[in-house]
Design a protein around this ligand. Sequence first.
Ligand SMILES: [Ca+2]
Ligand SMILES: [Ca+2]
Ligand SMILES: [Ca+2]
Length: 308
Amino acid sequence: MLMAAYLNRHRPSSHFIAAMKTHIPSLSACLFACLLASLSLWPAVAPALLPHPSFVFFGQVLDPYGWPLTQSDKADIILRVGGRECARVHCNERIGPGLGYFIEVPLDDGRLKTYAAYAARSGDTVQVTVLINGQEYPIMPNGSLPRIGRAGGAIFHNLNLGTDNDSDGLPDEWEWWLILNSWGVFSAIEEVGPEDDPDGDGVNNWHEFVAGTDPSWSADRPVIEAVQYLPDSGHFGIALFSVPGKTYKVWASADLTGGMASWQPQPITLDPAKPPDRLYWTGTGYFTWLLVKPSPGTTNWHIRFTVQ
Ligand SMILES: [Ca+2]
Ligand SMILES: [Ca+2]
Ligand SMILES: [Ca+2]
């Protein structure tokens, strides 16, 4: 259609061609030959290649010991499809609680060539590396993210640096740290499993890794250390030893018979003089009281917290 429009705009009128035939017959043949030549030289018109809404990956960036990277680590997250770099962002914990990166992958409509060298498509497999001090590190388990979903979609996915040669989901570096602190009990990563609880504190290795607690020390575990009700403010406090950089969330349920659906996230405050105002709290490494507030008239309240 574009080519037809071009010819309509540039083709001499039939009246003009007839006049030329009358006076210079050989010239009309020459003009026709030129038009044929221009037709053969005109590039084939491809279907329009349109950008689509991008696809987003977001989550935390964790080192091999489960500690979230921050801005001060000066880390870049690089996404590639088929070796082509599609997107790159700085690791930045300030974009939101429990987050360290938010990266948009440009997508096109999937016809013929991509509209740009950095464009990807739904269904593509994305390789990801983390660039720190000029060196690129792969993420577990195989350096790939989940496949790109539909345009405009998003996936929460933490990026865990490290290697996992025994394919148990725990970074081998973390397992070796536990082995070195086991006083000879363990000597190989194959002896350390995610379901094991070598310090006997009731929290298995996988949950200790996620919480950032010590898997070789029973006193260190994610647990509510104390509870207290503040009648003057109506706050209810839970105390815990927090881990720096980890994200905590408090949940409450009035009726445990409702299953997991009965647990509702609770706004938190640290100041008894202020109402709860945030759903997430980032650990500082200190013993801390998290204050929440039940609705008036609540007579039965169960509390728990989650950490990531
Ligand atoms: Ca492992
Ligand atoms: Ca344990
Ligand atoms: Ca422990």
